[in-house]
Design a protein around this ligand. Structure first.
Ligand SMILES: *Cc1c(COP(=O)(O)O)cnc(C)c1O
Length: 382
């Protein structure tokens, strides 16, 4: 009976606002029609401020990984040396994609609970001045670390290496200034902070990146960004796009504009503060210690030693209708991740935190009820 009241607190796909769901059920239209061109040109134009760019934002029908692969396929030629920052599953994904395109991959591995150190990027570039592309992840969803992309960009110094950033779980939830920070390629997806169903990948490229893309020798067809650029200039896509998601995107952009980007970013920070303060007050350990590098879109707490993480997740879901994520790889059974991205509010978090305390009692965890929710209320009341 309460299936539709599930609170989806995983770090993507995230909840879709009802008005966006309604927009995605509008009647189909032809993607070569004049109405489509008007709508499409409008939405891609309105995406630019979210990226912090004046460049064209291109839309690929596919999941976020399609834009990641497009970034690799269009900038990495076989045998090119690339540097990949790996502090979690999505950094690993960059390395796997680059390897599959024949790159010589150098990985800079950093601890999953900390951010990448820009000084280490500079060191790698010094040792390997022929690095062509650097791949980084702004918000490493698997570890809930928010990386310093501006710092990483600056660490390049005078190097010509392109900086490619996965901002899939942060764009629209964390500050991102592509042009100002000197990021060469930014990729994101529809189902995280952009409040849409899965199915769209977005990508924007700097002028420097376009030069590399033109000279690139890797095979590509569906993901050839030159085709997307040519078409987006005309309010078109090279292939049939997910038209329903374009309707949804127009609605999302209306919502984002009504709230205003500074307010959106502030709301995410408030949710981060509430969640972290609550977990600490409950006597639980935060996975990311320094709040400066803690994700504003998803928070991880260490459960191991206090309660059975996977068992607890089941109770939260089955008995209380709250769906949270566990850890991946070596963090499975160790941490719990609570999403607060996109269509999420501090009011949602009050319910989530209070319920998580009750559910902890249910699994036999000896914590005083109310410590977490009180701490969260105090953050909200500030
Ligand atoms: C969700 C996510 C992706 C994309 O995953 P898809 O399943 O392909 O949409 C990429 N990077 C990060 C950091 C993510 O959180």
């Amino acid at each position: 009976m309460f299936e539709e009241k599930k609170d989806l607190r995983i770090p993507g796909p995230s909840p879709v606002p009802p008005r966006v769901l309604r927009a995605t059920s509008k009647p189909m239209m032809g993607h070569r029609s004049s109405e489509f061109k008007v709508l499409y040109a409008d939405v891609v134009g309105r995406l630019k401020p979210l990226f912090g760019t004046e460049e064209d934002v291109m839309v690929i029908t596919g999941s976020g990984t399609a834009a990641m692969e497009a970034a690799v396929a269009n900038t990495v030629s076989p045998k090119d040396k690339v540097l990949v920052c790996v502090g979690g599953k999505f950094g690993e994904r960059w390395a796997l994609i680059a390897e599959s395109y024949g790159a010589e991959v150098i990985t800079y591995e950093y601890d999953w609970s900390t951010p990448a150190d820009p000084a280490m990027i500079a060191k790698h570039l010094q040792e390997n001045p022929d690095i062509k592309v650097i791949f980084a992840t702004q918000n490493e969803t698997s570890s809930t670390v928010l990386n310093d992309i501006e710092g990483i960009s600056k660490a390049r110094g005078g190097s010509d290496a392109l900086l490619v950033v996965d901002a899939v779980s942060s764009l629209g939830g964390a500050e991102f200034n592509m042009d100002q920070w000197g990021v060469d390629i930014t990729v994101t997806g529809s189902q995280k902070c952009l409040m849409l169903p899965p199915g769209f990948a977005f990508i924007a490229c700097s002028k420097r990146a376009w030069k590399v893309i033109e000279g690139n020798t890797s095979p590509r067809y569906y993901l050839d960004l030159r085709a997307y650029l040519k078409e987006v200039k005309k309010g078109q896509t090279p292939f049939t796009p997910n038209v329903q998601l374009v309707y949804g995107l127009a609605e999302v952009l209306d919502m984002l504009q009504a709230e205003g980007l500074p307010n959106i970013l502030r709301r995410h920070k408030v949710m981060r503060r509430m969640t972290r303060t609550a977990f600490s007050a409950m006597g639980l350990e935060l996975f990311v210690k320094d709040e400066k590098y803690a994700s504003p879109t998803v928070t991880a707490v260490v459960g191991a030693g206090k309660f059975d993480v996977e068992g607890y997740r089941k109770v939260l879901n089955k008995e209380f209708g709250i769906v949270v994520a566990g850890g991946q790889d070596h963090l499975k059974g160790q941490i719990l991740r609570v999403g607060h991205m996109g269509y999420s509010t501090p009011i949602d978090m009050l319910g989530v935190i209070a319920t998580m305390e009750v559910a902890l009692k249910k699994v036999g965890c000896d914590l005083p009820l109310g410590a977490g929710i009180k701490a969260a209320q105090e953050v909200l009341a500030e």
